[in-house]
Design a protein around this ligand. Structure first.
Ligand code: NAD
Length: 446
């Protein structure tokens, strides 16, 4: 196994010079990154096409555009985020003032997945830079072209001892995890998340884990069905369903099921054609997904092409929780539909399973919205929409339970890469005696 010890030592030494802590230095780095993303935009679009057959529209709207917006937001707010925050001090501490300082962890490791290979490597990096850290990014080996362009871009703008990309697969990731970092930020599967946390535990390194799970989408009988159909079709089939927060399966009220599914078919027809869809990332993933096509009834789609690694947007009906497609996160363009009559059964059904990363609920009723929000724990989600919460920098993005630990985006990205150092500044003008044993009048002693 290759050792990255000297690379990490060089970053640690650079960090100790305190240069990365200077706010002007951080802003300059973020601006350099922004210019480079613009400069490399075409290369990223081509690489995403080669790796995943991503359309230019999706490459920009779900990867490059998101990062440029995150950079704009962070650059505009950073000066206010870095300031120590004055907090209240109880009367028992009279004479003193209290502050919270955000300090960088130092050397940080970012491990990212293949499904949004540019965005999910760049977004945590914005957090690491804004908080004043050095960073090593290990992007996914399954999208090699995008990872190469990312590495080239970073090499162009940053010295290795500040920010660098290490390319490679599982072994590279494991070798990096042997080292001691100030912070590890991982995006990927639940199984690998556990390995990452175990490795980090050896050094007591704090981790942020952005994981996955089965995200439910509930369509109640009073929902605006046409809108629900469009928003679900988009949220599910963007990136061929290979989105951590894509609706994994639908729970549709029995009374409107047929009407809603007809509208959903229409919406899918309008938005997607097989040839222009993002492809499945590998043979292994393709085979796993197509094995689900034998379950239930195929209401729409169901065709696949192994050579092209493409699968049509597919709706499966007559599905129950006992079907294999309901056991793990699907992560592909296959949408199983369960029907319900009582909302309590939906809540119970979801609560029997691990906490989802996202949940979507389509209903006009505030009472039902509150009931679902109050009964089910999930990372984040939308009422009457899908996925859109992801792009609001004011909403922390992350999971709960097996769907993840910690949250980022916007100020939260700055916070997950910062240690909050609490400092009490005490007066030397007087001293209050009551905390000292055997001292009658400490005030007089000054
Ligand atoms: P993955 O866990 O297989 O791989 C993620 C990264 O970890 C890659 O860089 C990979 O090289 C590395 N890795 C793989 N095996 C490893 C091991 N044994 N030890 C150390 N490192 C290892 O995930 P993936 O297949 O790339 O991505 C899909 C998963 O990621 C899905 O479960 C999805 O829900 C999740 N995801 C979550 C989010 C989120 O923001 N919460 C975003 C995207 C994807």
């Amino acid at each position: 196994m290759e050792s990255y010890h000297s690379l990490i030592t060089s970053q640690r030494e650079f960090f100790r010079t305190n240069q990365t802590k200077d706010v002007a230095f951080r802003l300059n780095a973020l601006k350099k990154l922004r210019s480079a993303v613009k400069l490399y935009e075409r290369e990223f679009i081509t690489a995403l096409k080669t790796d995943l057959n991503k359309s230019e529209f999706e490459a920009y709207s779900t990867e490059i555009g998101i990062i440029l917006e995150e950079l704009r937001f962070t650059i505009s707010k950073l000066r206010s985020w870095v300031k120590p925050i004055k907090v209240k001090t109880p009367i028992t501490h009279i004479g003193s003032a209290s502050y919270v300082y955000s300090e960088p962890y130092g050397t940080t490791l970012i491990i990212s997945p293949w499904n949004y290979p540019f965005q999910l490597a760049a977004a945590p990096l914005i957090g690491a830079i804004s908080a004043g850290n050095c960073a090593i990014i290990k992007p996914s080996e399954l999208t090699p072209r995008t990872s190469q362009v990312f590495a080239k871009m970073i090499r162009d703008i940053f010295p290795q001892n500040y920010i660098t990309v290490v390319q490679g697969g599982v072994e590279t990731s494991q070798a990096l995890l042997q080292e001691e970092f100030g912070k590890v930020f991982f995006t990927g599967s639940i199984l690998v998340g556990k390995t990452v946390m175990e490795a980090a535990a050896k050094h007591l390194t704090p981790v942020t884990l952005e994981l996955g799970g089965k995200s439910p989408c509930i369509v109640h009988e009073d929902a605006s069905l046409k809108l629900a159909a469009r928003r679900i079709a988009w949220g599910k089939f963007t990136n061929a369903g290979q989105t951590c927060i894509a609706p994994d399966y639908l729970y549709v009220h029995k009374r409107i099921k047929d009407r809603f599914l007809a509208l959903l078919r229409e919406a899918i027809h309008e938005m997607y054609e097989e040839q222009s869809m993002t492809r499945i990332v590998s043979d292994k993933h393709f085979d796993r997904l197509t094995s689900f096509l034998k379950q239930g009834e195929i209401l729409l789609g169901g065709k696949s092409n192994r050579e092209m690694l493409s699968i049509e947007p597919t709706i499966l009906t007559d599905i129950t929780w006992d079907d294999r497609v309901m056991s793990d996160e699907i992560f592909g363009p296959i949408l199983p539909v369960l029907e319900y009559t009582a909302l309590d059964d939906v809540v119970e059904g979801i609560r029997k399973h691990p906490n989802p990363l996202a949940l979507y609920l389509f209903t006009a009723s505030t009472r039902i919205q509150n009931e679902v929000l109050n009964s089910i724990s999930f990372g984040g989600g939308c009422i009457n929409d899908t996925i859109y919460h992801f792009a609001n920098p004011h909403l922390p993005f992350g999971g709960v339970g097996t769907s993840g630990i910690g949250a980022y985006h916007g100020k939260n990205s700055f916070d997950v890469f910062s240690h909050k150092k609490s400092v009490l500044k005490q007066t030397t003008l007087f001293d209050i005696p009551f905390r000292y044993p055997h001292v009658k009048n400490a005030l007089k002693r000054i």
